[in-house]
Design a protein around this ligand. Sequence first.
Ligand SMILES: [Mg+2]
Length: 476
Amino acid sequence: MSVKITGYKTHDIRFPTSLNGDGTDAMNTDCDYSSAYVTLYTSADLVGHGMTFTIGRGNDIVCAAIRELAKRLVGKDVEELFANMGKTWDYLNADSQLRWIGPEKGVIHIAFGAVGNALWDMYARSRKKPLWKLIVDMTPEELVQSTAFRYLSDVITKEEALVMLKAKATTKAEREAKVREIGYPAYITSAGWLGYSDEKVARLTKEAVQAGFNHFKMKVGADREMDLRRGKLIRSIIDDPQYLPTGQQPRDLNAPELAGKNAGPTGSVLMMDANQVWDVPEAIDYVKSLAELKPWFIEEPTAPDDIIGHAAIRKALKPYGIGVATGEHAHNRMVFKQLLQAEAIDVCQIDSCRLAGVSEVLSVSLMAAKFGIPVCPHAGGVGLCEYTIHLSLIDYIVVSGSMERNVLEFANHLHEHFVHPCSISTKGRYNIPDHPDGGYSIEMHKSSIEQYEWPHGSYWVNEHPKLQAQALSQSE
Ligand SMILES: [Mg+2]
């Protein structure tokens, strides 16, 4: 009997991360990590969970957009949807009235990310495989069919993608075995949030070195003197062999995974993230003045839509050995296409739910592989680490074939709310999600939803009645 989608439910879930400065940077000073969460129901037991990430106010607006898109799936046969996920993606994108409030950008597009991912989660659950495994087991033809390709043929055609995927297909089993054994490389962001005191940054950095990490990211751009002071503090810890875990030797500075990353004497790498605060000339000037800290790259130096500006910054910083990274606020695959065409980035930071779900991420991964630019997904936010390990595994096993120079962001917050949370090995690498019922790893515990649903969840009612009342009165 055919299984049909029968309904959906959204939840506006907000965590009070602003209370202790988690997630703070030069632009985003009071983040309450939030999830616009959706569950799709079917005529059978099969469900699909998805979400998109926001930082608080406006999460309800995204939930409303999710409901508009999810409506389009009600009554559809799930096997027909799964049989051609590229076509399904086109269908979800094709409501002309909803398209008008994008197109393919803003609230309606991140809502599409939640719904598209929920459908992929359902597909993976229906096959009793984690999402990444569902996709790496596809034939190159099936993978191409699942990808969002519209507007890309000037840079990559389906035929070209097929040739690339076939070239990698013969060795994919070896890569799967390797990454299962050693894990996927990670870097840590949560030691360097702007709102933390120097003492807290020093303590968290030492803990991160002990935990096996060798790539660290700090937030910059609010105050040059503070950035220099804090950067030196972090460098003094990550470059000092005394803080390495017992028995661990400094890494080989000539190893290919460290090439071009400005690694320090222990093989440690520092990255910087400005979260869009500067104009283009200001970005160039400011980052030059931080060059002594030897960062691998500056992330989001300016407005996320300014492709030519990113290219100018990259060109100006090249003599200093500093690269440019961006993508967490890139609206869609066309922005990534242009960032690659304009030679504006050294590192491609796809976002799992700002792009419209897995199908659009696949198209960006293919383009990045064609240009030889490593994909290092954005994951600083609730649920994003859970999602992105799947995307990095797909990139490594069947698309780029490489993980040596890649690092996947890890922020150590809020994983306890997920039924299948991501985890990090003692070597500072992501473990491989492998539960047959784990889907896309984004299902939240019912108790977490009940506690943190805004504004009537038990946490908000009991712990922060004043905050809740204040926010409710502001919204009237
Ligand atoms: Mg960032």
